[in-house]
Design a protein around this ligand. Sequence first.
Ligand code: CA
Length: 171
Amino acid sequence: MSVGVHSCVCGCELLLCLLLAASECRGIFDASEAGYITSPGYPLEYPPHQNCQWVITAPEPSQRIVLNFNPHFEIERLDCKYDFIEIRDGTSENADVLGRHCSNIAPAPIISSGPSLQIRFVSDYAHQGAGFSLRYEIFKTGEVSNVTHTYIWSRWERSQRLETTHSPCCQ
Ligand SMILES: [Ca+2]
């Protein structure tokens, strides 16, 4: 049985469906402005029966996208079969899988090979966790190209450093 918008509308209370439809559980984002994507409710437990999908695109065909995960990561383990986050290298349904992750170890940074990637988050009916939070932005190989980026990056680095100082999990 596929769990999608239609089965949701038939299978759960209307209010919950409206909340799901209105939630941040799906969307298309332009990576030229860096942003965050989280599982619903993060850092509180994500709800059961989630089937979220986000697409991130970059404006230039030569650009790539990088995802950095918050170390506070918790998705039901068990072979990543019931709950998982899956990242694909492009927008098509058959795009290569860059990673499928669960458990409580955040993935290492993930970089697309082209200007788009898609993220899917699935949960089944039981056993939830805190979920995930990730930051997306255009992957820069060379020097920093503008002031905004420098600012965001230094802020990000600083928050990483703080987390490292306070948490033994981020060595
Ligand atoms: Ca589950």
